[in-house]
Design a protein. Structure first.
Length: 336
């Protein structure tokens, strides 16, 4: 899995005219200017930060595994096949690495650096996921998580005043629950993305693959977000400002800086610990619970698919944990 330092790096903003920061491995750098340009062009053209980081790791690992003196055009399909066969990662990880190699070598073939794509004829691995691996948080646990967040405090005069950090965290967790959005999309929200269309408040999310979704805000979520925004003076003055902002640790005062995906994950872990809930749960667990809950109530799969922002309904089915509950029910009926 990607560690926190790597996530921090790929979440940082990179100027549009900046060259891909990581230097190519020795096998590419010593092959000349054209292969080096292909390296930078390939990774520079990948828009999604997470995909870019995953593909770079995959390609770099393979090229580092090869003898450094080997020329790119000398890489054979047997080498790729042997590498994938000896790879110690899971089947999905090995499939991702093979896909990254195929795409990278496609570019080298287009640039006439290689004659054939050595990864093209390597047979892929069969893998069918019936259920996702993300642990599901129960409805009762999700409710408890929201209820235990302290949103008020006493000032020096003993008066009850709003607690900005608590109101922010409650609004974020409620957004994750009631929109089924990914934590990365929630972190990217701007003030302008929370808007009133004349009849209701909505949230516009920028999702994976350049997709944009506008989700209606239910009444309780609306109250949570507005209560949080009330702690920010003139929050409507700059609609390009981040919606969910970081805080200064000791003072818990809000800053003008946007929270990152990592910030939301860490906040979730803190809130889980405070609520006495399992710490292996994550923001994605809320997404699983929401989709499963809607499917249990008979909401059509297509509607859940749109809410989740999935291009393929098979992906939405991975979030459906109803079958696991049926299996547990059957197991409990064993009379031994």
């Amino acid at each position: 899995m990607t560690d926190s330092k790597q996530l921090t790096r790929i979440n940082s903003l990179v100027p549009a005219d900046a060259e891909f920061s990581s230097p190519p491995p020795l096998l590419i750098s010593q092959a000349g200017e054209v292969p080096q340009d292909a390296w930078h062009d390939f990774f520079g053209s990948i828009q999604n930060d997470y995909t870019r980081a995953a593909y770079e790791h995959a390609v770099r690992r393979f090229l580092t595994w090869l003898p450094s003196h080997l020329a790119p055009e000398k890489i054979k399909p047997a080498m790729v096949g042997r590498y994938i066969a000896k790879h110690t990662g899971s089947i999905p990880t090995r499939k991702l690495h093979l896909a990254a190699l195929r795409k990278f070598f496609d570019l080298l073939v287009e640039r006439h650096i290689m004659v054939i794509n050595p990864a093209a004829c390597v047979r892929g691995l069969r893998y069918e996921a019936i259920e996702g691996k993300t642990p599901e948080i129960t409805i009762e646990q999700a409710r408890k998580l929201l209820l235990v967040i302290r949103v008020e405090r006493k000032d020096k005069e003993g008066k009850t005043v709003p607690l900005a950090v608590g109101l922010r965290d409650r609004a974020i967790i409620a957004t994750l629950i009631y929109t089924a959005a990914r934590s990365g999309a929630v972190a990217q929200l701007k003030v302008k993305d929370f808007r009133h269309d004349g009849s209701q408040w909505t949230l516009r999310f920028a999702e994976k693959g350049g997709k944009s979704r506008e989700i209606p805000v239910r009444h309780d979520l609306q109250g949570y977000i507005l209560a949080y925004l009330a702690t920010i003076p003139d929050w409507q003055a700059d609609n390009t400002a981040p919606l969910f902002r970081t805080t200064i640790r000791r003072t818990a005062a809000l800053t003008a800086k946007a929270m990152t995906n990592i910030d939301i994950c860490r906040m979730m872990k803190r809130r889980l610990a405070n609520a006495g809930l399992p710490e292996h749960l994550s923001p994605h667990s809320l997404r699983v619970a929401t989709i499963t809950d809607l499917l249990t109530q008979g909401v059509p799969l297509e509607d859940c698919q749109y809410l989740a922002g999935h291009a393929d309904p098979r992906t939405t089915r991975l979030y459906d944990r109803r079958q696991k509950r049926v299996t547990r029910n059957v197991v409990e009926r064993i009379s031994i």
